[in-house]
Design a protein around this ligand. Sequence first.
Ligand code: FES
Ligand code: FES
Length: 170
Amino acid sequence: MAEKRKIALTVNGVRREGFAEPRKLLSDFLREDLRLTGTHVGCEHGVCGACTILLNGDAVRSCLLFAVQADGEELTTIEALSDGAKLHPIQDAFIEEHAMQCGFCTPGFVMSTYELLTQNPEAKDEEIKEVLGGNICRCTGYQQILEAVRRASREMTCAAESAATAAVTP
Ligand code: FES
Ligand code: FES
């Protein structure tokens, strides 16, 4: 067994440290070592998108990275989106639009959507479909998921406009 290496990274705004064998997947490190089990693992081949997280703001598949590659980096996982009392508008939208059944794929879809809408809250359908095309759901069907992203887009655009108005109102 290869010797473990010490790694330190920032996860959801908190500095975390741990030890990982060079071949340990980042997805497994998050789930097993940091106990952040909201990141799901499906295919482990970069195909299904269930393990999607943000690495320095960009959506990545954590099953395609080794934990040691994240040393010194900044990660965002699904756990960052809600404080436990209030859900993120994207999560609310998935509930409102019935965009899940078993929910296994949902964290990946939500994180892919989060990357898209934080960069471009007014994303067009073509952009949304391009992003959602990287995630697989075996049970819901994609129409409700598309509706959820559209709803989240409207909510986040509205919130951004309200914040801008408040900022210029004396
Ligand atoms: S578990 Fe990573 S893409 Fe499927
Ligand atoms: S809700 Fe079951 S896999 Fe998507």
